[in-house]
Design a protein around this ligand. Sequence first.
Ligand code: COA
Length: 188
Amino acid sequence: MPIRHPERRTERLWLRQWRDADLEPLAEMDADPDVMRYIGDGSPGTREQTAAALGRVRAAWDERGYGLFAAEDIATGELIGWVGLAVPAFLPEIMPAVEIGWRLRRRSWGRGHATEAAREVLAFAFDEVGLDHVVSVCHVDNHASTRVMTKLGLKFDRTTRVPAHGQPVHVMRLSREDHHREHRGDGG
Ligand SMILES: CC(C)(COP(=O)(O)OP(=O)(O)OC[C@H]1O[C@@H](n2cnc3c(N)ncnc32)[C@H](O)[C@@H]1OP(=O)(O)O)[C@@H](O)C(=O)NCCC(=O)NCCS
């Protein structure tokens, strides 16, 4: 299986591969209770947890040829978080599946960055990885994330609970056909 490490650009963001120096801003983001409020059981992450997660993220790219992109603000050169694809093994009932997800540092919220990056990741998922559909999963109270999913054209699939911690989540879904139809803008 080929190991691919693609990078993509949007108007304001560079979706790139990971560097060791990304650990610092990533750990800062994961330590913020506002950022982690709807992730897992809602606990902020320690530096050790973030370092382990970053290792897994880099390994996933090698194994699968897709993964979470580091999102860098082109104007400032700062890492603002990540947007990308992962396997939602934490929710066995929807497997097999590939999930699109996002996490940005608090001071970068509210500028459309997540949606801008995720549009590019959807094009990558359907046109380069060749997926038939993607899902996205978020806590039922995470209205910002739900709104991003809706803006991207994902449709409600189900509400369920994550076995590991019992939190209620919405599952949303988008097929390649629906994505391409929406992209062409013919509405039908
Ligand atoms: C979810 C997240 C990535 C969104 O990033 P962002 O760059 O601010 O998202 P965008 O600006 O592209 O879009 C956010 C949308 O949600 C809306 N929104 C924000 N907070 C909201 C709230 N509390 N209730 C309803 N809508 C809300 C915004 O108005 C915007 O919609 P609009 O364009 O129609 O106005 C960011 O909030 C984040 O990192 N949160 C913490 C991590 C997280 O929860 N990740 C998702 C786990 S499933």
